[in-house]
Write a protein that binds this ligand. Structure first.
Ligand SMILES: [Fe+2]
Length: 330
């Protein structure tokens, strides 16, 4: 719909048939063309949803109260809105659209609500977890670009739960970051550290999102995983996780984050030379993974291509600027 072609009736006597174009017109006066476009589509879908479902006043109020509760339980260390976004599939959708990957690049997945900005930097071989937590797991990884060139000096931010399935931020007496840390890749693009062997855990389900899942007969569990955020100059930031093969929740992740290419085997270190080199025992666990980043230019080109294809499929004539549809500038 082109708002400029809508004849604006006086802003009264609005009906289910004319409330949408009028709301769009009144929202279209600012200079931000991207915001204008997003609001136009949001109002259109929200109104269509209401007309289609014949939303009752009681349901509308239930929704308002639910969102209020989602906001009220949020704190500096609890992000219920991200949980809501995750469990509705929105987070995975946003991640996939914004960080497209060509063949051979490491796929991204949900950030989740437990990343923090206060992780300490560690040296290669350090443990990111307090001594004595869980089963020791050596993690050895490489980082390359899509042409196979090692990426040195990249920041690798890692976070996971402890052996009980809780992130440090879920403990009221948290004194310092634990089971999280940042490493820099070496000159060969390698990084290695010690951590706790990941375990499955339920997302916090004592709040409104947990109640929603229970009503929908959905379990709140995530399969065993370890989070990674990899930032390197000139490359699209990678937010991803590695999932342990064979986990009981591998195919029913409560937040839809699992991708086959990110499911890995955890094995025993075994080799005595490796154990000696990395100061672990042969019967400690080990994870290996080769991460591949996409260049920033390649990511933008893919976003432009995907956006054009998606809009064409939807029959939309919106302009695309920097990979994003915007309102008509004319
Ligand atoms: Fe997680």
């Amino acid at each position: 719909m082109d708002p400029s072609k809508v004849v604006i009736p006086p802003m009264k006597d609005l009906t289910p048939d004319n409330i949408t174009p009028n709301t769009i017109i009144i929202n279209s006066q600012g200079p931000d063309k991207r915001m204008q476009y997003v609001l136009e589509r949001l109002v259109t879908h929200l109104h269509d949803f209401t007309r289609e479902t014949r939303l009752t006043t009681e349901e509308w109020m239930t929704g308002i109260q639910f969102l209020t509760q989602v906001g009220q339980i949020c704190s500096d260390t609890r992000q219920e809105f991200i949980l809501l976004s995750d469990t509705l599939g929105l987070s995975t959708l946003v991640e996939n659209i914004n960080h497209p990957k060509p063949e051979g690049a490491t796929e991204g997945t949900v950030l989740g609500p437990f990343h923090t900005e206060d992780a300490h930097e560690f040296a290669h071989g350090d443990s990111i977890c307090t001594d004595g937590k869980g089963e020791m797991c050596l993690v050895r990884c490489t980082l390359k670009d899509t042409s196979g060139k090692p990426i040195a000096g990249a920041s690798v931010d890692i976070w996971e739960t402890d052996e009980t399935g809780h992130y440090d931020t879920q403990y009221k007496d948290r004194q310092y970051p634990d089971c999280r840390g940042i490493l820099k890749t070496d000159e060969n693009g390698d990084f290695w550290f010690k951590a706790v062997k990941p375990v499955p855990y339920p997302i916090p389900h004592d709040g409104p999102v947990g109640k929603m899942l229970a009503k929908l007969h959905r379990h709140p569990y995530r399969p065993s995983h370890m989070h990674f955020m990899i930032i390197a100059e000139g490359y699209d930031t990678l937010v991803t996780s590695l999932y342990i093969r064979g986990d009981p929740y591998e195919t029913s992740d409560a937040v839809f984050g699992v991708k086959s290419s990110l499911v890995i085997d955890v094995k025993k270190v075994g080799d005595e030379a490796v154990a000696k080199k990395y100061d672990v025992k042969t019967d400690d666990w080990e994870i290996n993974y080769d991460f591949v980043l996409v260049s920033a230019e390649e990511a933008v080109a893919l976003k432009n291509k995907n956006a054009a294809e998606a809009l064409k499929a939807l029959g939309s004539t919106a302009q695309i600027f920097n990979g994003l549809p915007i309102a008509d500038l004319d």
